[in-house]
Design a protein around this ligand. Structure first.
Ligand code: BES
Ligand code: MN
Ligand code: ZN
Length: 504
């Protein structure tokens, strides 16, 4: 359940509330309204903080129970001084989301139902406040719809409602910043939900239905069925779904926020609703995680929702290929040769390298139909990216230095970081096939790069970037702003990229 965020402009809380929150930096005294509030208690700030061992460091907190003369049961002081090794630029924006997340966690463990946060927006500004609120909301997320009873047989206690009031001086400015920022949050939460859903509940059809539901926000949505894709010649995408009872689908989403003549920015997502590996079947260990193999498509759908909610002034298209990769008598075999929509023939070496087969046709279709200014795809594409980068950065591959730089910067600004790996003819050579134009795997070396080289064959020289989110889309250890298995990675990054570069 998400916290109710209620923005008020009242200078100081007058009505009784559960917890009042104020914040302070290192060696700091309280400023503005927080200082006025503290004065009422008649307590000595220096003495109290010294005895609490409070230094104002990020996420450090202490609280006073029954503080004298204040309309609350508890006063909580939150430290906000960023650690010295915080390389994030601009220094504090992302840090504010982390502070919000840490505070939310504290409020939950105190079983708080009503909190009032005193925000000194003259110093902080609406953007940081919005970021802080985003952290509260993102951390509040949990996916427990399939939990009915706890181990001891008792029903779990219903989660407590939590109402948080932000006390700011400039309500209109804060409201505006908050609406923009919450649009991004909604997209991230939708992407998390999609990735967390089990694969018996969310197959290609159900996923496509979620895309269709974006119509209510003004997104135009078309669905291509397998027959239509066959007519278009999408032999690469379709061969992945061949072993499944669930037919392949493609969803095409258009947000028309710009002039009619404006070239769109295009996003393409891998939507493998479950990846068994097919005939090249995966080991059973952790195979259940392959329900998240549609994380790329989830990020694209989440992003389209965010853009619609904040009425993004730009034409944007989102295309997702939806399939299930299963072993079966009808399934694609290693050795099969298929023809992609571009006309390229592909020798299947390993049916577990299916994501690139889905994207090959989705990318070609997108550039062919929409002639986008840039095209970015997201995919949980390779296990090798976990080995190369671990979970802190997604892999970035691009045929365009300018786009790669913009993505790197959007990563720093949004907190969803990307790190570029190389492409080049020496790697491209590794996917040459004995029997067809190319093969779908490049051997043991540079697995994430050869996968990206494969994709590049289908982008037709459009400025393009590929984000390998196999390590960042799900399974991360959790952060200040997420305790969820699925992170929703990509929505914030691409929303930031658009805001900073493609909306004029
Ligand atoms: N969906 C997987 C990649 C993956 C692995 C995502 C672990 C998230 C966590 C992808 O379809 C795959 O199976 N890739 C193979 C490619 C190989 C056969 C060339 C891989 O990475 O092992
Ligand atoms: Mn696979
Ligand atoms: Zn896969």
């Amino acid at each position: 359940m998400s916290p109710h965020l209620d923005i008020k402009t009242s200078k100081l809380p007058t009505k009784k509330t559960g917890i009042i929150v104020v914040y302070a930096g290192q060696g700091d005294i309280l400023h503005g309204h927080a200082a006025d509030l503290w004065k009422k208690t008649g307590l000595d700030w220096k003495k109290i903080t010294a005895s609490a061992g409070f230094e104002g460091k990020q996420k450090q907190m202490f609280s006073l129970v029954a503080p004298p003369n204040l309309p609350c049961d508890r006063l909580l002081v939150l430290g906000i001084e960023a650690p010295a090794d915080d390389h994030a630029k601009p220094a504090s924006l992302v840090g504010w989301a982390a502070r919000g997340g840490a505070l939310l966690s504290a409020l939950e463990s105190l079983r708080c139902e009503k909190a009032a946060i005193i925000l000194d927006d003259q110093e902080t500004g609406p953007e940081k406040i919005a970021e802080f609120a985003a952290g509260l909301r993102l951390r509040r997320y949990s996916f427990d719809k399939y939990k009915t009873a706890r181990k001891n047989g008792k029903k779990p206690k219903p989660e407590k409602k939590l109402t948080i009031t932000l006390h700011v001086a400039d309500k209109p400015a804060t409201d505006k910043a908050l609406a923009e920022r919450m649009a991004r949050v909604e997209g991230t939460l939708l992407a998390r939900d999609l990735v967390n859903e089990p694969p018996n509940v969310l197959g290609p059809r159900e996923f496509a239905d979620v895309a269709v539901s974006l119509k209510e926000h003004g997104v135009e949505v078309e669905i291509l069925n397998a027959r239509q894709m066959e007519k278009l010649g999408m032999g690469s995408l379709l061969c992945v779904a061949q072993g499944s009872e669930k037919p392949a689908l493609m969803a095409i989403m258009q947000w028309k926020g710009g002039k009619k003549t404006q070239k769109p920015v295009a996003f393409v997502g891998k939507g493998v609703c479950f990846d068994t590996g097919g005939i090249s079947i995966k080991p059973s260990n952790s195979m259940e995680e392959m329900k998240g193999d549609m994380g790329g498509a989830a990020a694209v759908v989440g992003l389209m929702k965010s853009l619609a909610l904040r009425k993004c002034p730009r034409n944007v298209v989102g295309v997702i290929g939806l399939v299930e990769n299963m072993p079966d008598g009808k399934a694609t075999r290693p050795g099969d040769i298929v023809t992609a929509m571009s006309g390229t023939t592909i020798e299947i070496i390993n049916t577990d390298a299916e994501g690139r087969l889905v994207l090959a046709d989705a990318l070609w279709y997108t550039q062919d139909r929409f002639k986008p200014e840039i095209m970015i795809n997201l995919a949980t594409l390779t296990g090798a990216i976990l080995i190369a980068l671990g979970r802190d950065y997604a892999g970035l591959f691009s045929n365009n230095d300018e786009l790669a730089t913009k993505l790197y910067e959007a990563g720093i600004a949004s907190g969803e970081k990307v790190w570029r790996l190389p492409l080049g003819p020496a790697y491209d050579k590794l996917i040459e096939s004995r029997f067809a134009d190319i093969k779908n795997t490049g051997g043991r070396l540079a697995g994430s790069i050869t996968a990206a080289q494969f994709l590049e064959r289908f982008v037709n020289n459009v400025p393009w970037a590929h984000l390998d989110i196999a390590a960042t889309g799900f399974g991360a250890p959790g952060s200040d702003i997420s305790k969820s298995w699925a992170s929703g990675f990509g929505v914030a990054l691409l929303d930031q990229l658009l805001r900073d570069n493609y909306e004029t």
